[in-house]
Design a protein around this ligand. Structure first.
Ligand code: PLP
Length: 381
């Protein structure tokens, strides 16, 4: 099987699982307990926090461990918006992940926030000038993703954050897809909040972290015992925090693979375009993640292509995992200006640091076969 759906989830790194194991077994203490077993768990948690902070270039006290991207995004968006008395205006973009869109919808529905949605062009890019116009004195928060999960387009976060700061608004970025591939140093990016998810970078599902700058006030989503400096109550998941910190260490050692995957991605895109001349690459041609190549194949159903590829032991996704199984065309592609029918033909290949050139060559040939098979049987009506 050739698994090319790493943007949906990627396997847990052996090192991360091994590092987590003791904290699930003999070292099972509650970090808040005052006995030795609890104390050791507390020390492990803080060491993991410091490691994640070092990776993101911030202080340990600025890291909140969460259950993953969705929780971290909810916490950053709702937490910062509700705790910040500046105003009730938010700026974002329609190509964000549902976790962002729904967090904003919640603030609009229940807390009377107003939102300005920035438009995106055909390649998924937003305009700095449009952001500048959208910003207001009562803008509390700007939230824009670092890299898109469906098409891979990367946004110029440091420039966008600088614009938000000109009017005093806080800036959050969803770095869930970017974190395994791009430098997420928060000081260099100039962001006030940034969210990562463990299961996209070699840690288990249900692990994650959010950076919130310094003493920026944040209204917690979870109320209780006051863990994580009162910002996220609940007994801490020490094992998953340790796994996340270890996965990040593994990632750092794999930095050299990023350029290799980038070159392999470009070769793959070329092969697909040679073998399937009708395939349209989605996203920006160069400002894109090394790990994502997504195509629309006019006239053919993405879901049918996915099944044909699976029969050939190549595992991919049609659009995004969240959209899979629904008949709705991708909200990302439609926001980019693709018509609904073309958006339904999307098929996404996404890679890990271990993906090989040979696997990608096989996948490109399998796609050509799948297109031939679907072309005869399951064209979009
Ligand atoms: N943001 C982006 C860009 C994602 O791709 C995902 C997951 O696919 C999420 C947020 C949600 O993360 P999680 O699955 O950890 O809740």
């Amino acid at each position: 099987m050739i698994y090319l759906d790493h943007a949906a989830t990627t396997p847990v790194a052996k090192e991360a699982l091994q590092a987590a194991w003791p904290w699930l077994t003999e070292e099972f203490g509650n970090p808040s307990s005052t006995h030795e077993l609890g104390h050791r768990a507390g020390m492990a948690l803080e060491a993991a926090r410091d490691a994640v902070a070092a990776w993101l270039g911030c202080r340990g006290s600025e890291i909140i461990f969460t259950s993953g991207g969705t929780e971290g995004i909810n916490l950053a968006i709702e937490g910062l918006a509700l705790a910040n008395p500046r105003g009730r205006h938010i700026v974002s973009s329609p190509t964000e992940h549902e976790a962002v869109l729904q967090s904003i919808e919640y603030l609009v529905r229940h807390h009377k926030f107003e939102v300005t949605w920035l438009s995106v062009d055909l390649q998924g890019c937003i305009s700095l000038a449009e952001l500048k116009t959208a910003l207001r004195l009562d803008t509390t928060l700007v939230t824009l993703m670092m890299a898109n999960n469906e098409v891979g387009t990367v946004h110029p976060i440091s420039r966008l954050a600088a614009l938000a700061h000109e009017v005093g608004a806080a800036f959050h970025t969803d770095a869930v897809q970017a974190a395994a591939w791009l430098d997420c140093n928060v000081a260099q990016l100039g962001v006030d909040a940034l969210t990562v998810s463990g299961h996209k970078l070699g840690a288990p599902k249900g692990s994650g972290a959010t950076y919130i700058r310094g003493r920026l006030a944040v209204e917690p989503l979870l109320h209780g015992g006051g863990q994580e400096n009162g910002r996220r109550s609940g007994t801490e998941n020490v094992a998953w925090a340790v796994a996340l910190a270890t996965a990040v260490e593994v990632l750092t050692k794999q930095k050299a693979e990023v350029a290799r995957i980038e070159a392999a991605r470009d070769r793959f895109i070329g092969q697909v375009q040679d073998l399937v001349p009708t395939a349209i690459l989605t996203g920006h041609p160069s400002n894109r993640l090394p790990s994502i190549a997504s195509f629309c194949v006019p006239g053919l159903s993405g879901e049918a292509l996915l099944l044909e590829l699976e029969r050939r032991e190549v595992i991919v996704s049609s659009g995004s995992a969240c959209a899979a199984g629904s008949d709705e065309p991708s909200h990302v592609l439609t926001a980019m200006g693709f018509d609904a029918e073309l958006a339904q033909t999307a098929i996404r290949f996404s890679f890990s640091h271990h993906t090989t050139e040979a696997e990608l060559e096989t996948a490109a040939c399998a796609l050509a076969d799948a297109v031939a098979a679907v072309g005869g049987t399951d064209k979009i009506a």
